[in-house]
Write a protein that binds this ligand. Sequence first.
Ligand code: ZN
Length: 132
Amino acid sequence: MSKNDPGGRPSGTDNGTIPQREAGPSGAAAGENPQNGRPIRVYHRCGGCGKKQEFLNSGRFRVNANGNLVDVWLIYRCKKCKHSWNLTICERTKPAKIPTERFEAFQTNDAETAAAYGRNIDFLKKNHAEFK
Ligand SMILES: [Zn+2]
């Protein structure tokens, strides 16, 4: 019932010893930097082409507030025809349950956050993405 925040977060690294923030372009304080920064190749049946195609992370989120609940998607696009495919990040979630920073990242189409989802295999699998 309570599955939220598919982005996950690194745990157990806050020993409070050295505040490491160096070489961060314009305050990128997000501690999410998985070992390999490569996006995962994703395939999905395209409604435009009518067959399986590679989809690319558009880097854009779609936030839809409805009542006091929020839906958030990350938009992928067909490599061939640009048909869009929305991958669910959260559904009917109370905004209070979404960390403020993350919610702002969704609303501003934060590139790093979008890329992080693009490297999140669990998130992609939940959305029935296919991999080659
Ligand atoms: Zn297509």
